[in-house]
Design a protein around this ligand. Structure first.
Ligand SMILES: C[S@@+](CC[C@H](N)C(=O)[O-])C[C@H]1O[C@@H](n2cnc3c(N)ncnc32)[C@H](O)[C@@H]1O
Length: 267
C-alpha cells in the first residue's frame, strides 16, 4: 500500500475514524449516513460526487450485484448499498482498510448489504460470472499487471455485465510530480494512456459504452482554492495529504496526468 498511508494497524485506523467522527460533531452511536461520511471515505479524485456520477453513468439498479475492487474504506460501496440499494462485495488488499470499512458499514447500518473481503485484484476470490457490475475507482494506478486485472474482472462478470471505473491515465507531458495520493514515488505508479486503457479492455473482451476524459471538468470544478479540510477528511489515513493532493492537481493542470472514467460491457 505504498504511498497511501502510514501503515496504521486495524485498531489504530478504527480509533482514528471514531475520533474524527466525534470531532465532526457526529455520534458514532447513532446511525450515520453514507453522504455525511463522504469527505472521509471516498478516497478518489472528485470524492462523493464523482461516485454519484459514475453510478448514474453505469445505470446501476437495486438488483445489480456489485463488486467494488480496491474498495478502501468502502465509501462508494455504502453509497451504492444505500441507493439504489445494491448488495456489494468489497475486495481490498489492506487489512487496516478492511477493518475501517467493516466499522463504517456497521455505523451506517449497511453491514447486512456489504461484505468485505481481504484479497488481491489479481486473484479474485469469486466464481466466474458472479457479478452484474464491477466497480473500481482510483485503483488501477497501483496495478502493474493490467492484462491479468482485466481478465479477472471479465471472468467474474456475468455475460453482458458492466465494468465501471475511474482512474488517472498518463498525459502527453512528461512524468507527474511525486509524491501523489496513490504513490510516493514512480516505482509505485503504473499509469497507461487512455488509448492504451481502451486497447487493453478491448483485448480482454470489453466493448465501450462510455469513455470520457474528465480532467478539465474536474479542474474547473475545483478551481477555487480548496477550503481547509474538516475533521472528516482523507488526512485521517493519508500522510502529507496537502502535498500529495497539490502534486496531483499540478500534474493534472500541466497535462502530466489525465482523469478518465468509463463504463465497458462484457461482449
Ligand atoms: C486510492 S484508494 C481508493 C479506494 C476506494 N476505491 C475509493 O475510491 O474510496 C486505492 C485502494 O486500492 C487498494 N488496492 C491497490 N492495489 C490493490 C490490489 N492489487 N488488490 C486489491 N486492492 C488494491 C488499496 O489498498 C487502496 O485501498
Amino acid at each position: 500500500m505504498a504511498g497511501l498511508n502510514a501503515h496504521y494497524s486495524a485498531r489504530d485506523i478504527e480509533a482514528r475514524i471514531i475520533a474524527a467522527i466525534r470531532e465532526a460533531g457526529l455520534d458514532p452511536g447513532q446511525r450515520l449516513s453514507p453522504k455525511e461520511l463522504g469527505a472521509l471515505d471516498h478516497f478518489h479524485t472528485g470524492g462523493f460526487s464523482a461516485s454519484h456520477e459514475l453510478r448514474e453513468l453505469a445505470q446501476i439498479r437495486a438488483e445489480d450485484r456489485v463488486l467494488d475492487i480496491g474498495a478502501g474504506l468502502a465509501g462508494p460501496a455504502r453509497m451504492l448499498a444505500a441507493a439504489p440499494g445494491c448488495r456489494v462485495d468489497c475486495l481490498e488488499m489492506s487489512p487496516d482498510f478492511c477493518a475501517g470499512a467493516a466499522l463504517l458499514n456497521r455505523l451506517t447500518g449497511l453491514d447486512d448489504r456489504i461484505t468485505v473481503h481481504q484479497g488481491s485484484a489479481l486473484d479474485l476470490p469469486f466464481a466466474d460470472g458472479s457479478f452484474d457490475v464491477v466497480w473500481m475507482q482510483n485503483v488501477g494506478m497501483n496495478i502493474a499487471d493490467k492484462r491479468r486485472l482485466y481478465a479477472e474482472i471479465c471472468r467474474v462478470l456475468k455475460p453482458g455485465g458492466r465494468y465501471a471505473f475511474q482512474e488517472m491515465a498518463t498525459g502527453a507531458a512528461s512524468t507527474p510530480w511525486f509524491p501523489l495520493p496513490w504513490a510516493s514515488d514512480p516505482a509505485d505508479s503504473f499509469l497507461v494512456s487512455g488509448d492504451e486503457l481502451r486497447a487493453l479492455l478491448a483485448e480482454a473482451g470489453f466493448v465501450p459504452e462510455v469513455f470520457e476524459d474528465t480532467s478539465e471538468i474536474h479542474l474547473s470544478r475545483t478551481a477555487a482554492a480548496a477550503a481547509a479540510p474538516g475533521p472528516l477528511s482523507l488526512a485521517v489515513f493519508v500522510d502529507n495529504l496537502a502535498q500529495k493532493a497539490g502534486n496531483a492537481r499540478r500534474s493534472l493542470e500541466e497535462g502530466r496526468i489525465r482523469l478518465v472514467r468509463g463504463v465497458f460491457r462484457v461482449k
